[in-house]
Design a protein around this ligand. Structure first.
Ligand code: FES
Length: 108
């Protein structure tokens, strides 16, 4: 496997229903990972992009959270419907999908 140029971290933390922090897992993170993987294969990016399931990234209520490096771009509330835009605009064309970026206020 070649060294990846991009790392995509998808929070897949699962917490019990009713947990006060919620979790990305309860918002469909595992399905998002599956669809993301299928779309990366279909787009021919699997050798350039490393798709990684992670534990909690912090702002759980905003999940599913997706963090992309280089650049540290943080996308919030990502659903499978957003993936074509993230792949085509961000991963292929190098342009951040501004409407999905998490605001700094999430960490305040
Ligand atoms: S559970 Fe995903 S950011 Fe905390």
């Amino acid at each position: 496997m070649p060294k990846p140029e991009v790392h995509v971290f998808v929070c897949s933390q699962q917490r019990p229903a009713g947990h006060p922090r919620g979790s990305c897992g309860e918002k469909g993170a595992m399905n998002l990972l599956q669809v993301f993987s299928e779309k990366l294969i279909a787009s021919g990016l699997m050798n350039q992009v490393s798709l990684v399931a992670t534990g909690c990234l912090g702002p759980c209520r905003a999940g599913v959270n997706v963090l992309i490096y280089p650049g540290g771009t943080w996308y919030m509330a990502v659903t499978p419907d957003n993936l074509d835009q993230i792949i085509n605009q961000h991963l292929k064309a190098g342009s951040v999908v501004e409407e999905l970026v998490a605001p700094d206020a999430l960490w305040q």
